[in-house]
Design a binder for this molecule. Structure first.
Ligand code: 4VN
Length: 324
């Protein structure tokens, strides 16, 4: 049995920035409406390429900064709900682009919890000795599946990617405790990218929209109910208290949700790292983008404890206590 150690963090986001004011020229909305209800001011939108392009760039940055020997990478896991194709996986495209010929590669679909789910899966591969190093990336181009005529949803989402490299270590352990859950009975609360039955024998045409749809109230209630519980669960598993935690890094869905969660936990909102003002909601990519930004800003240092908490489509949710 080995431990899983994080050796590098990085992110890559599209260069085109779309502000709330830019959106107010496309749909009937305003900067005031968007920022007061969500906390979002702008987001990055991809103009060329696809999800694998964002993920490949993150992978290359991670490999370069950590001096990783490409042949040591035994696993590439990409959390995404907006893959380039249904097949091949985005992870296989990235594997080919970076020449990681010894890596197995697959995608994980767990929406906004995707990065936490992917970390958990990669952790098991490393702990068991199945591989030496793993690339774990969250990458999304949500602009492909949002309805740009729906002012209720198109203002919420953005494009981007972030990730880490994990390595099997006999000493340091970065992934300390986790709590992963799913409630498939509530799957209809957030849907997107429907792939309908279309064969010549199909009995009727599928009417369901391809676009992302969300019951905002239900999802809001789900998040404020499950997230505090999940955070408490990992604290309990690790036998530590919130005072031992430097930051909580939540999925960047909506700042109002985070305010409610903070209140329920009895901690200041300052304990939560928020960057949704700059990137909007990037689903699986939101947590790794936030982590990379925190590293760039020197907000955390080696040894600091951080709790990652993802929640969204599935419905899925999951928290992980990590040691930076
Ligand atoms: C988790 C959450 C959300 C989410 C839910 C509701 C919501 C985001 C509803 C009220 C609306 C402003 C926006 Cl909690 C989304 C995901 C998907 O990643 C995951 N925004 N809002 C208003 O009218 O104020």
């Amino acid at each position: 049995m080995y431990n899983s150690k994080i050796v590098a963090f990085d992110k890559f986001t599209p260069e085109t920035i779309v502000t709330n004011n830019d959106l107010s020229r496309i749909v009937e909305t305003s900067d005031e409406w968007i920022s007061s209800r969500t906390g979002i001011s702008k987001r990055c939108i991809l103009k060329e390429g696809n999800t694998s392009f964002l993920a490949t760039n993150v992978a290359k940055k991670l490999i370069e900064k950590s001096n990783t020997n490409i042949e040591d990478i035994g696993l590439i896991v990409i959390a995404t709900i907006t893959p380039d194709y249904l097949t091949p996986s985005t992870a296989c495209i990235v594997q080919g682009e970076i020449g990681a010929k010894n890596a197995i590669a697959f995608d994980i679909s767990a929406a906004c919890s995707g990065f936490v789910y992917a970390l958990s899966v990669a952790d098991k591969f490393l702990k068991s000795g199945l591989c030496k190093k793993a690339l774990v990336i969250g990458a999304e181009v949500l602009s492909k599946i949002v309805d740009w005529n729906d002012r209720g949803t198109c203002v919420l989402f953005g494009d981007g990617a972030g990730g880490i490299i994990l390595e099997a270590s006999e000493e340091e352990n970065s992934l300390i405790a986790e709590d992963l859950k799913a409630d498939g009975e509530s799957w209809q609360a957030i849907t997107g990218g429907k792939v309908p039955l279309k064969n010549p024998f199909a009995s009727k045409e599928d009417e369901e929209s391809f676009f992302m749809q969300m019951n905002g109230r239900d999802v809001f209630n789900f998040a404020t109910k499950t997230v505090p519980k999940s955070i408490k669960e990992v604290l309990e598993k690790a036998d530590i208290g919130l005072e031992d935690i430097k930051y909580i890094v939540p999925h960047q869905a909506n700042s109002r949700i985070v305010e409610v969660v903070a209140k329920k936990l009895g901690v200041s909102i300052e304990k939560f790292y928020l960057n949704l003002q700059d990137f909007g909601n990037t689903s699986s990519a939101s947590i790794p983008i936030a982590l990379a930004e925190m590293m760039e800003k020197n907000l955390v240092k080696k040894g600091d404890k951080v709790i990652l908490t993802g929640f969204g489509g599935g419905l899925t949710w999951g928290s992980m206590l990590i040691n930076i």
